[in-house]
Design a protein around this ligand. Sequence first.
Ligand code: DLL
Length: 446
Amino acid sequence: MSTVIKGVPAPGYNPVSASDYIPLEKMREIQLERFIKVVKNAYENVPLYRQRLDEADFDIHSFKSLDDVKRLPFTVKADLRDTYPYGLFARPFKDIVRLHASSGTTGKPIVVAYTKEDLAVWQQTMCRSLAAVGMSKEDIVQNSYGYGLFTGGLGAHYGAEGLGATVIPTSGGNTARQLMLMRDFGVTAITCTPSYFIHLIDEAGKMGIDLRSLPIRRGVFGAEPWTEGMRRYIEEAAGIKAFDIYGLSEITGPGVGCECECQNGLHIFEDHYYPEIIDPETLEVLPDGEEGELVLTTLSKEAIPMIRYRTRDITSIMTEKCPCGRTIRKIARIGRRSDDMFIIRGVNVFPSQIETAILNAEKCLPNYQIVLTRTKGLDNMEVQIELTPEMFSDKVSAMEDLNIKFSKAIEKIINIRAAVRLMPPNSIPRSEGKAKRVVDKRELDK
Ligand code: DLL
C-alpha cells in the first residue's frame, strides 16, 4: 500500500520517506478515509467490535470527520486476552500469513495476525523509521532484537532488508559472538533493546574491544523505556548515534514511530497509525502538548483492526514543527507506562525516575534493579545499583559516600528516601531483550 503522493518532493531523503512529508490537510483526508474503512472492517467482521459499536450507538454513516473519532469506544489489552486466541481476527486464515504473540507477565499471551498487505505496511513503516535515522542501503545492520514470536526481530529484519541494507540476523544472546561478528563483519548499525546494547558495551570492554574504533555509527533502540542519560552513556561509550524507536505488537510491532536525525521526539507514521492522547482517568482527549495516555488506531491493518487502543504508554503529542521537515507529528519519548508505576508510601514512582537520578549522580552503567518488599504491612524500596570496576573501592568511607550520593539523588527526584545497595560488577542479571527493572516481592511477603 503506497501512500506516496506524487508531486511531494522529499529532496535529499530516501524515497521511502515521501509519505513523511504529506501536507497536513492531505494527511487528515487520508486518515479520515482510512479510519472509516477500518471501522467498517471491524464492524462487519469482528463480533466484539460490532457489539461495542452498537452499544455506543455509533452509526458508520455518521462518521464524517476526525472529530467523530471521540465517539468511538476504546479497545484494551483485556479484549485481546478475553478473545484469545483468534477472537479479534477480521480475516479468514486463508488471508493470514503470519502470527506473532506477546507474552504478558501473567497467563496467556496475546496473539496478533497479519495479512500480506499488513506485512507490506509494516515493512514500509520500518523502512521509513530506519531511513529517518539516516540509514540506507549502504548499511550493514546487526539485528539483535530477538527473532521469534516477539515482533522486534522480524520487524527490524524486513525493514532493513526493504531499505536494501545488508542484514545480519544475529537475534539476541551469545554476546561474545555478537561482538566478534560486529567487528569482523564491519557492522555499521545495530538494532536491539537499549539494555542489551549496554550489555554489549560492557562485554566489549572485557574482551578488549573498543567499540569507538569500529565502523558502527548508529543504533536503533526500543521495546522498553530508556532515558536521555542512557542515550548519553551509549553515544559516548560506543561512539555512535543512538535513536529511539517505538511500537507494540497489538498495533503492528516496531515502527509505529521513530526518531529522526534531530533526536527530539518520535515521528508517528500517521498515515497508518492514528494517535490520540487521553486523560487515563476521565478518558477525555487532551490537546496536543499535554501529557497523557497514548491511544492508537490502525488505519490500514486488515487482519486485526485496532480501534482506539489504549496503549498505557504515557507521552504527549509535540506541538513544534520538526526541523527535519517531516510533517507527520511527533510524540515525546515514552519514559513510562501507566502500569509501570508503583506506589511506595503513597508516592507514585516510575523506574525511569530512578534511572535518571542514578545517571545524574554518577557516571555509571545503567544497570540497576528496584526491589520492593513489605514487612509488617510497611513497603520498602531498595535500589540496587551495580558499580563498575573503576567505581568499586575497598575503602568503606568511599563506598558510604557513594551510597549517600545515590540516595540523595533519588530522594531529590521522588521525594522519599530509598535504601541503596551498591552491587559488585556483573551481579545484576542481564537480559537479551527487555530489562526487568522492578522486582516486586510485596505480594509474596505480605
Ligand atoms: O516491544 C515492539 C518493539 C520492538 C518496539 C522493537 C521497538 C523495537 P511489545 O513487546 O508488544 O512490542 O511491547 C510494547 O513496549 O507498549 C511500550 O510500553 C514498550 N516500548 C516499546 N518501544 C518503546 C520505546 C515491542 N521506544 C510495549 N520506549 C509498548 C519506551 C517502549 N517504551
